[in-house]
Ligand binder design. Structure first.
Ligand code: FPP
Length: 251
């Protein structure tokens, strides 16, 4: 929990939006001779501690890659276990999300999730829809390529009906058709477990994000690890295509 005394972070150097690729649950379990699902179960507790810590550290938006569009290819037992954990998490956290004024969203083809998970997800989304203090987004059945395809289909259909002028299609318009339409772009994307891949996660939205890779396996990820990522972020110079001199004319 975030009450561990970690040095305060400079508020003007905090990311507004942190996204996390939570990786390493399987290896965490294997190292202990436990079934993979045990790693995911432990991972759920890390979700809770990380969301609490991010809020306590002043991060308003947090997005977690919980189930990719490719994860359906895993053994049926693991997929079923992950879906049960998701449902369990949503039921267990509902009261705390409301208490802490956290708005839950989901990005991905969520209509393809099992019916009872979808229902629970929708109920939590609805129950928290009025909050604007903190934002937790779960990427579920998510993949950037399907997201872009879905957006392009919508735009192409609108163009075919004459409701959209293809000449007017720009990034601002396209981004309004992504699953993330009402979210700011991520400023910082963290991946745990020592892998240095993006794995089809927020490819367009992360165009100017800072990346932070840590060896820590997701079940072992602590508020101190999150704090270390935020400290690293606070020292980065984000240039968005400009030069350092343009950004700091006085120096
Ligand atoms: C990657 O670890 C993790 C996942 C595919 C699932 C992440 C899910 C959770 C943390 C729990 C459920 C989430 C919520 C929000 C309730 P891996 O299994 O690929 O690990 P490995 O690379 O070590 O095998």
């Amino acid at each position: 929990m975030a009450e561990v005394s970690l040095p305060p972070l400079p508020p003007d150097r905090l990311p507004l939006h942190v996204a996390i690729i939570m990786d390493g649950n399987g290896r965490w379990a294997k190292q202990r001779g436990l079934p993979r699902l045990e790693g995911h179960r432990r991972g759920v507790e890390t979700v809770r501690s990380t969301v609490d810590a991010a809020r306590a550290m002043g991060v308003r938006y947090i997005t977690l890659y919980a189930f990719s569009a490719e994860n359906w290819k895993r053994p049926a037992e693991e997929v079923g276990g992950l879906m049960s954990l998701l449902e369990f998490f949503l039921k267990r956290e509902l009261n705390a999300l409301v208490r802490d004024r956290v708005r839950l969203r989901a990005i991905g083809r969520i209509q393809e999730l099992p019916a009872q998970v979808y229902r629970q997800l929708q109920a939590t989304i609805d129950a928290t829809a009025g909050f604007d203090d903190y934002h937790l987004t779960l990427a579920l059945n998510y993949g950037s390529r399907t997201e872009i395809l879905d957006a392009m289909k919508t735009c192409a259909q609108a163009a075919a009906k004459g409701a959209l002028d293809p000449e007017k299609l720009d990034w601002s318009l396209l981004s309004r058709h992504l699953y993330t339409a009402d979210l700011p772009d991520p400023d910082l994307i963290i991946r745990t477990s020592g892998e240095s891949r993006i794995s089809n996660f927020l490819l367009l939205q992360g165009a100017y994000a800072e990346y932070f890779f840590t060896e820590t396996l997701w079940p072992d990820f602590t508020p101190a690890d999150l704090h270390a990522a935020l400290v690293a972020f606070s020292k980065r110079e984000r240039r968005f295509g400009q030069t350092s001199e343009q950004l700091n004319p006085a120096s």
